[in-house]
Design a protein around this ligand. Structure first.
Ligand SMILES: Cc1cc2nc3c(=O)[nH]c(=O)nc-3n(C[C@H](O)[C@H](O)[C@H](O)COP(=O)(O)OP(=O)(O)OC[C@H]3O[C@@H](n4cnc5c(N)ncnc54)[C@H](O)[C@@H]3O)c2cc1C
Length: 384
């Protein structure tokens, strides 16, 4: 049967030494590998690319700073828990020797207008987090902390920073069995699932499968009713700025501190564009668009006029999987089939805690989130 796994079995708990396939080697798959292997589960990581981190998770930088809503909604509590968990997770990874953070810690989210300023003030009162986690700063303090003159105050995230995705996905997947293959469909077999590639060849039998395939989820699980979309994002790489931000600064767009761009190059990453992938011809979406670079540079100069960037020296495009309600898909689809996807613009923030959630659900262990948040994340919510 094609991508149909029985929904009527009793809940299955995966015991130690079960064999699970994780499909997709981005930040979601990498975090799942880590969470499952820590529970003594055998994992095979399957990806159509030769090496991990070839999709959206392959950007040279990722910011870790949540956008908090005005009130303690489930999504706001998810973002707060995800943030606190992610900081510990990446610090622990760095403690193991991986080069996780680029440059000094901290990130500044500038309030662009009175509405944003009001949201930040209400969010910081509603969540009431310790000041060394999140605090409001005025323009002068924000300038001192950011290392460049910023025209407005905003929120300071002391423990955030610029993450280095290639080093993170490499570290998370270094001990796992990696299998290059393009998963096309699932077939139920005795006590498990057989994964079949696009040519009809078997990629193996597994006790269970977690799909963490980014935008690939849409093709791989076409029977699901998830309102997912592929959203194209472009980044521009800028030569060294003078003055130069010492930490990431966000203002709708973002500018990173000086980071490693790969191939021995250093520069600043300027982000990011948002465009529907389905409004673009197949042959065009991956190419760098000069008009997008112009928009991003104009946006930077409108908000941080002290910076005068040179012509970009490169860039990268990739596809985010966005979902209509902006809440990731994390949980069980059927007894031996789970999904972690729809991570939108904040996969590096949410993937660590959501992978823990799924690993806990699969093995019957403690769960890191409250029930109302787990229900909000439930992949079955669009059927209700
Ligand atoms: C321009 C841009 C800037 C961003 N900036 C940030 C940021 O600053 N901070 C942040 O937290 N997030 C950021 N994001 C979002 C973040 O990159 C994503 O949320 C995250 O990378 C999603 O991770 P993933 O593992 O779900 O998907 P991906 O990283 O896309 O991984 C999916 C993997 O699945 C594989 N795959 C797909 N289909 C199949 C198949 N059928 N068989 C086998 N393998 C398959 C792909 O090859 C790929 O390796 C940004 C995104 C973009 C586009």
């Amino acid at each position: 049967m094609d991508n149909q796994v029985s929904l009527n079995q009793k809940p299955k708990i995966f015991e130690k030494d079960a064999h699970i396939a994780v499909i997709g080697a981005g930040i979601a798959g990498g975090c799942l590998v880590r969470a499952l292997m820590r529970r003594s589960i055998n994992v095979t990581l399957i990806d159509s690319a030769q090496a991990p981190g070839s999709g959206a998770s392959g950007n040279p930088v990722a910011l870790l700073a949540p956008k908090l809503p005005r009130t303690q909604s489930p999504i706001g509590r998810l973002m707060t828990s995800a943030y606190l968990h992610a900081v510990q997770f990446y610090d622990a990874l760095e403690g193991e020797g991986a080069c996780v953070w680029s440059g000094p810690r901290g990130a500044f989210a500038m309030a662009r207008n009175p509405d944003e300023s009001e949201r930040q003030q209400r969010a910081s009162a509603a969540f009431n987090l310790p000041k060394d986690v999140i605090r409001l700063v005025d323009q002068a303090e924000a300038t001192a902390l950011s290392g460049v003159e910023v025209p407005k105050g905003g929120l300071w995230f002391e423990r955030a920073g610029a993450l280095c995705p290639p080093a993170i996905t490499a570290a998370l997947t270094s001990d796992v069995t990696y299998s290059q293959g393009n998963a096309a469909k699932f077939q139920e077999v005795k006590d498990g699932i057989n994964i079949i590639d696009g040519d009809g060849a078997s990629l193996g039998d597994f006790d269970g499968v977690v799909v963490a395939a980014g935008v690939g989820i849409m093709d791989l699980m076409p029977d699901q009713v998830w309102p997912l979309r592929a959203n194209r994002g472009q980044l521009a790489y800028l030569p060294t700025l003078n003055p130069s931000p010492r930490v990431p600064v966000t203002y709708g767009g973002y500018i990173s501190p000086l980071v490693d761009l790969g191939d021995g190059q250093q520069g600043h990453v300027l982000g990011a564009t948002y465009a529907r992938r389905d409004e673009m011809p197949d042959a065009e979406w991956a190419a760098i668009r000069a008009a997008d670079n112009t928009d991003m540079i104009e946006n930077l100069q409108a908000h941080l006029p002290v910076l005068s960037p040179d012509v970009p020296m490169g860039g990268r495009t990739s596809l985010r999987a966005t979902i209509r309600d902006y809440i990731p898909l994390a949980g069980k689809v059927a007894d031996n089939l789970y999904v972690l996807g729809g991570l939108g613009s904040r996969g590096f923030l949410t993937a660590p805690i959501l992978a823990e959630l799924i690993a806990g659900q699969m093995t019957g262990g403690p769960l890191p989130l409250d029930d109302d948040i787990i229900n909000a994340l439930d992949p079955a919510r669009f059927r209700k």
